[in-house]
Structure formats: structure tokens, C-alpha cells
Write a protein of this length. Structure first.
Length: 453
């Protein structure tokens, strides 16, 4: 049923979290939801860590089925003004590699929404702006521009650190901020007037998954190289908590700052601690850190990356540099049909990280506007929780808006997996994908792990 998202300041929702991480059936996990293809059951052992050979494809993903609607019925409520949205996604800076898939996800959603007749009788408009990173003031300038153009919502930023610099500016203006990639736990308790939402799960979940995964792969000690910002330190805290709870020990934890270009000191200290595994909690600084590690004899199978740096390095490193390294990215594996659709928006797309979360963000905003009969930010925010739970399952704008216009409650499940929000605007359940690097320094899916907050 459609429910109102509270507008009062949010309170902590993460006390005594019960995070039920259901490991798929592999050499590093238990048995829960089976993967579509298990691949080989053999395992390779290097430096005391035994991890599964990569499987061939995705896990179960969302089980919701799209409704075959035929023609979309016309809306009964016509807005005087179109729904106008902005994007605050990186085309420059240390997370620029995430910009193309996120922008493509929004673009695909926009096309499908407008092909289905738009929102409240008018085509949706999207204005794209760069977020940059925390070394610049680009995000503030971009937000000022978007607010000046009267947007109802802004999709972004990708970086939690960047979002912290603009969240008060956006939500204070009565505008929705909807991030497809912010994972810092800090946003759960932020006083955002009910206007900050995200389709990416809190790093409480990614940290739990990665910490447990390294332990189940045989690592007893871990060293960490950590970006000293909201994203890096928050994720490191949760990885450390999970790894130590599993009986492991973090023997080194070295910080660096955004903008740093020298990492030898941190690397030397981590290597001196002789950890079984090394977690790299960075953005594109990994391009400098990885060769320094391998140059000092660290085997890539000892390296565990995260969503901030699990990227295509085929043009950056010599073949084999990352072979056997693994990384985690929140969300389900991008399915082939979704990838094909994204490539119609951006034929040059190589990375699909957070494309599903971005696609879901624009769809959810559009559906909530339809449910609210309004393009005002607070009105839309009041319906976001309702369109994602306790109704008839649907997976795209056309099928969902058809149900809404027939007077039915809907439960949108999207490309990123099941979408169910807490009162704090966080996903309450999500998949975390685990990937393994190949000889050409590109990564392939190994398995998905499902967890609830």
C-alpha cells in the first residue's frame, strides 16, 4: 500500500542489525539460493588462501516478473509542468569510471519512461551535470545550476564523500537526492527531511560480505590500504568487524588521503605485517597501488578489491597483473539483455557497475510522482517507500505505471535486485556480487551473496 515517508529527522535504524548473509553454494560459502551455474568445484590455493574457481554467470537475482501490459493507459492526472530531474554523476575525478554506466542506466530508464508516455502526461526531462570528486568544488557548482533550473530530484552522487558536501544544499531546497552508489552508513541517520534515498546498500552489508568472504577463503590475517574519507573508513570499519568476528585479525590498516599520489609508505607497512590477504579500499588510486604491490612480490590472489576500484584494467596493467584478484560490487550481476539495452544508450560502455541502481532510481522517482500526482520533491518522496513494497510485483515503468493507473498498489523490483526501503530511505535487502580478475585484467562474475539489513 502507498505509505507516507516521514519528513521528520531520521533516527538510527542500524542498532543491533541482523544481517542475514545467505552464501551461495560454493567452496567459500554455505547453501542458500543456488547460482545459475556453479562452474568448476575445484579451488586454487595461493599464499594460504583458498577461493573457488570462478563460475560462469549470475545468481538468482530478483524473482519478480514484469507484467505484459500492452498499451499503457493514459494518466488521469495531468501535471502543468513536466517532471524535471538532474544527474550528479562523475565524468571527471577519481570515480569517473563509474560515470558511464550510471549515466547509461538513467538514460535507458528515461527512454523507457518517455516511450510509455512520460509522467503525469508529460515527457520527463533530465539535465546531466558532473559531480567531480572531493578534490574539487564541481559538485556544489553543479547542484546550484540544477536547483536554479527547478529540478524535483537529483540522481547522484556516486561518491559518499561528494554527497556529504551537497546533501544539505539539495534536501534543504526541498529536492530529492537519490544516489545509486552512496554506501556510507552515515546517511542512514542524516537529518535530510526524508529526501535522501539510495538504491545501493549501506557498507554495513558490503563490509559484512567481504570480511566473511576473506575468512571463508582461508585468510587468517588481513592488511588494509584505506582511502581516508566517508566511504573508505566506513567500509573498512565494517570489513574489520566482520573479519574479526569470523576469527581473523587485521594486522595493518594504512590510510591515505584523496589527492595523494605516493603510496610507498602505506604499502611497505602493510607488507611488513605479512598478511594473508590485502584489502584495497580505494578509488582509482588502485592504478598506482596494484603495480607497487605486485612489484614487491604480492600475489594478485591475495588482493581483494571493492566497488570503488573493481574496474576494467585491461588498458592499465600488463596481462596477468590482477589475475586471481577478487572484488565486490553491490547489486546483482548485470544480465545480458540489460547490458544489450544499455549499449543502445552508450555503445562504448565497458563497465556496468551501478547501472542497475541508476536505472531503478529514475524509475522509482517517476513511479512515485505518478502515485503522488505531483512533481514536487516532498510529494514524490512521500510515495517512494509505497511503490516499492506490499503490492503487485512489476519490474519496469510501463508495467508498473499501468497498474498504478488501474488503481492498484505496486511493488517495484528492479535491475539491481529486490527494492524495499527502510524508513531511512535505505535498501533493506540487497545482493553483493563477487568477481574475479582474468589474465586480461578484466573481471568476471563468480557468485552473488544476498543479505538483509
Amino acid at each position: 500500500m502507498i505509505s507516507v515517508h516521514p519528513g521528520a529527522p531520521r533516527v538510527a535504524k542500524l542498532t543491533a542489525l541482523g544481517i542475514g548473509v545467505a552464501l551461495l553454494a560454493t567452496a567459500c560459502g554455505g547453501t542458500s539460493e543456488p547460482a545459475a551455474s556453479e562452474g568448476s568445484s575445484s579451488a586454487t590455493t595461493t599464499s594460504g588462501i583458498s577461493c573457488p574457481a570462478p563460475g560462469e554467470g549470475a545468481g538468482a537475482g530478483s524473482t519478480a516478473a514484469a507484467v505484459d501490459t500492452g498499451a499503457v493507459p493514459e494518466t488521469k492526472t495531468v501535471s502543468d509542468t513536466p517532471l524535471k530531474l538532474g544527474t550528479l554523476l562523475p565524468t571527471t575525478g577519481s570515480l569517473a569510471f563509474l560515470g558511464p554506466p550510471e549515466i547509461a542506466g538513467v538514460g535507458l530508464g528515461l527512454k523507457e519512461i518517455n516511450d510509455a508516455g512520460g509522467v503525469l502526461g508529460k515527457p520527463v526531462e533530465v539535465i546531466q551535470r558532473d559531480s567531480g570528486d572531493t578534490k574539487t568544488d564541481i559538485a556544489t557548482q553543479s547542484v546550484s545550476d540544477l536547483l536554479g533550473q527547478g529540478v524535483s530530484g537529483i540522481i547522484g552522487a556516486a561518491s559518499s564523500g561528494v554527497s556529504k558536501t551537497v546533501i544539505n544544499q539539495i534536501t534543504g531546497a526541498g529536492v530529492i537526492q537519490f544516489s545509486p552508489a552512496n554506501t556510507s552508513p552515515d546517511f542512514t541517520t542524516w537529518d535530510d527531511k526524508g529526501l535522501f534515498w539510495r538504491t545501493a546498500p549501506s557498507d554495513v552489508l558490503q563490509g559484512k560480505v567481504l570480511g566473511n568472504y576473506m575468512a571463508t577463503c582461508g585468510a587468517q590475517t588481513v592488511g588494509m590500504i584505506v582511502l581516508n574519507d566517508a566511504y573508505g573508513t566506513g567500509l573498512a570499519t565494517n570489513i574489520k568487524s566482520a573479519f574479526e568476528a569470523a576469527g581473523g585479525q587485521v594486522v595493518a590498516e594504512e590510510l591515505f588521503n584523496e589527492g595523494d599520489s605516493q603510496f610507498s609508505s602505506q604499502i611497505d607497512k602493510v607488507i611488513a605485517a605479512k598478511p594473508d590477504a590485502i584489502a584495497l579500499i580505494t578509488f582509482d588510486q588502485a592504478k598506482s597501488i596494484v603495480p607497487l604491490l605486485t612489484g614487491k612480490g604480492v600475489d594478485p590472489t591475495q588482493m581483494f578489491l571493492v566497488d570503488g576500484n573493481t574496474s576494467d584494467y585491461s588498458k592499465d596493467f600488463d596481462p596477468g597483473t590482477l589475475k586471481g584478484a577478487q572484488g565486490t560490487i553491490p547489486g546483482t550481476f548485470a544480465k545480458d539483455d540489460f547490458k544489450k539495452s544499455l549499449l543502445t544508450v552508450d555503445p562504448a560502455l565497458k563497465d556496468f557497475s551501478y547501472a542497475g541502481e541508476s536505472y531503478d532510481a529514475i524509475n522509482l522517482i517517476a513511479l512515485a510522482a505518478e502515485a503522488a500526482g505531483s512533481v514536487k520533491g516532498p510529494d514524490i518522496a512521500a510515495q517512494l517507500k509505497g511503490v516499492s513494497e506490499e503490492g503487485e510485483k512489476c519490474m519496469n515503468f510501463a508495467s508498473c505505471v499501468t497498474l498504478l493507473r488501474e488503481g492498484k498498489d505496486i511493488d517495484y523490483d528492479g535491475k539491481s535486485g529486490p527494492v524495499t526501503f527502510s524508513d531511512a530511505g535505505d535498501p533493506t535487502e540487497a545482493y553483493i556480487g563477487i568477481y574475479e580478475y582474468q589474465e586480461d585484467n578484466t573481471y568476471t562474475p563468480v557468485k552473488e551473496e544476498f543479505g538483509k539489513l
